[in-house]
Design a protein around this ligand. Structure first.
Ligand code: HPA
Ligand code: ZN
Length: 328
């Protein structure tokens, strides 16, 4: 299985670039930029990365992002992630970034976008990895803040394909951002949103009906509503599932209890992704392996999951065909 997973051409559709900050790079940047972080050793980091919920993770994750200051920091972060993609045969990536995490602490939107996109361009040329960038709004912030960020993003619209919604889910339903997402749709951004990770199935319905998403990020609580599952199958609305993340943040109790393969067998367009690999103990192949080792998955099903990753992407139909044909 491990060999097949390594060989499979894959796309990654749910990846927060801030979540690829490995402790070694965090230490290096903290020292370079004179930023105080709450750990000195890898042992202390491992101890701190013992999450009990989405919020307990987010607190640590935002603290880590404080070490990212200059354009070259964002470049180095993104480049390191692309090298892991190359090593794991990931041929296409659609990367989330959280501009508000950085603009709130005085880092300009331009610094963030330029650093990331320069690495993505180098990745296309030198590694042959195609990529899109998706900007996420932090759902714990206000609608007004989101509108401000949308406005700022328009200067960089040629570099940003779409918008998403992340951060603390419960208490911040998609309906809070209905008007912002309508404005995003108007300017031509593709739309996705995190929903149904910790929030219940009503968050998924709202993301579909009010935000007009093309994909749901996580979406694993869809199976609490049979009508919703039927709808996802009928419309082939993809779910970008992140198995290791779901177990680490206790959205599911163990990998053996994960519903991804049940959903796949019912006909839901599920994909496997890594979310925040530096925090959850694995990149995309480790996520495939964790599922394969715990859930009796056949080789054909692993291939279908890889096929789905291209099918669910924002690539053109021609590009989707091209990648899908590589999976025999
Ligand atoms: N959920 C919500 N917000 C996030 C996540 C996630 O899985 N990862 C990074 N920000
Ligand atoms: Zn996520």
């Amino acid at each position: 299985m491990k060999e097949l997973i390594q060989k499979l051409p894959k796309a990654e559709l749910h990846l927060h670039i801030e979540g690829t900050l490995e402790p070694e790079l965090m230490f290096t940047l903290a020292q370079k930029n004179n930023i105080v972080i709450p750990y000195k050793t890898i042992e202390e980091v491992k101890h701190a990365y013992n999450f009990t919920s989405l919020q307990s993770f987010l607190d640590i994750y935002y603290a880590g992002a404080n070490v990212l200051i200059t354009e070259s920091d964002f470049f180095d972060l993104t480049w390191a992630y692309l090298l892991t993609c190359k090593a794991q045969n990931v041929l296409h990536v659609e990367i989330f970034f959280d501009p508000q995490t950085h603009t709130q602490r005085g880092i300009s939107f331009k610094t963030v976008v330029d650093g990331i996109t320069q690495a993505l361009q180098k990745g296309e040329i030198e590694l042959g990895i195609s990529s899109f960038l998706i900007m996420c709004f932090l759902r714990h912030l206000s609608e007004e803040e989101a509108f401000k960020t949308l406005q700022e993003s328009l200067l960089f619209k040629d570099k940003i394909l779409g918008v998403g919604l992340d951060s603390s889910e419960v208490g911040h339903p998609p309906s809070k951002f209905e008007r912002v997402f309508a404005a995003c749709e108007n300017v031509g951004y593709k739309i996705v949103a995190h929903a149904g990770e910790e929030g219940d199935s009503s968050y998924i319905w709202e993301a579909i009906n009010l935000l007009h998403v093309k994909r749901i990020d996580h979406g694993i609580r869809c199976d609490e509503d049979a009508t919703l599952v039927e709808f996802l199958i009928e419309k082939q609305i993809p779910l970008t599932v992140c198995p290791l993340s779901n177990v680490k943040l206790r959205a599911v109790s163990s990998m053996r209890e994960h519903n991804i393969i049940n959903l796949l067998r019912k006909g839901v367009l599920v994909t496997i992704n890594s979310d925040d690999p530096a925090y959850f103990g694995g990149y995309i192949n480790e996520n495939y392996e964790a599922v394969a080792n715990s859930l009796h998955v056949s080789q054909e099903e692993l291939k279908t999951l890889a096929q789905n990753s291209f099918k669910a992407s924002f690539l053109s139909e021609v590009q989707k065909q091209h990648f899908s044909q590589m999976i025999a």
